[in-house]
Design a protein around this ligand. Structure first.
Ligand code: PEP
Length: 243
């Protein structure tokens, strides 16, 4: 199975979403391929997405680490499951950096999602400083170990390797870096007794998609900026059908 998942972050109005889906409908997505297309959209548009009849997985970009109660502005895993979402992103580097989400909080969020059988997309990745200091393996290993503590490892999960220095910078990791890190992540996940697909994210665009998506250990892409435009999203997805 391959996954092409867009993360819209805090972008788009309702009108722009309608435009986006019109743009997508120009294309015929092959039905015979084992490819899941998905979009992580802002909370307020999650319910409306089903009316647009796009056969995509629809997911949230974040979830509360708490189950319910006096947490103004937060959204629980139970609520996300209640509206029938397909997945939820957890531990995106923007959440870890801008909102100070620790490994322990990421772990609590994953526990909440598991309780309601929501599929998490767990983001992990090293900063530029860590990369340059040769600490990539240490960071990935810690993030995996801490995130998965106390979880039911038989439940499904997707992991996204997103080097922080490649997110939104236009500077993707090299194919060699990606292959090395994704293979390492898979072996670390196996060590704790789990087996999850691993996506790559970080400045994926129509020009580099083919090379990245054809790396044998890479199970798909998590796409930020380029997923805002239907043509670019489709060009990236099309890279899966080409040799
Ligand atoms: C992301 O935010 O998950 C991401 C990969 O962003 P971009 O593709 O814009 O680098």
């Amino acid at each position: 199975m391959k996954y092409i998942i867009g993360n819209w972050k805090m972008n788009k109005t309702a009108g722009e979403i309608v435009e986006f889906t019109r743009g997508l409908k120009k294309y015929k997505f092959p039905k015979d391929k084992d490819i899941i297309f998905g979009l992580a959209v802002p909370y307020v548009y999650l319910l409306g997405m089903s009316k647009l009849q796009v056969r995509f997985w629809i997911g949230a970009q974040n979830v509360s680490e708490h189950s319910h109660g006096a947490y103004t502005g937060e959204i629980s895993a139970e609520m996300l499951a209640d509206v029938g979402l397909d997945f939820c992103i957890v531990g995106h580097s923007e959440r870890r950096t801008l909102y100070h989400e620790s490994d322990a909080i990421v772990n609590e969020k994953l526990k909440q999602l598991q309780e309601y059988d929501m599929l998490p997309i767990l983001c992990i990745g090293e900063t530029l400083e860590e990369f340059e200091a040769g600490k990539t393996h240490d960071v990935l290993s810690r993030q995996i170990r801490e995130a998965l503590k106390g979880l039911d490892l038989k439940k499904e999960m997707i992991v996204a390797y997103e080097p922080v220095w490649a997110i939104g910078t236009g500077k993707s990791a090299t194919a060699e870096n990606i292959k090395e890190s994704v293979s390492f992540i898979k072996s670390e996940i196996k060590k704790v007794g789990a087996d999850y697909p691993v996506l790559y994210g970080g400045s994926v665009n129509p020009a580099n998609a083919s090379e990245i998506l054809h790396i044998d250990c890479v199970d798909g892409a998590l796409i930020g900026g380029a997923s805002l435009d239907p043509d670019r999203y489709v060009q990236i997805a099309s890279a899966l059908y080409s040799n």
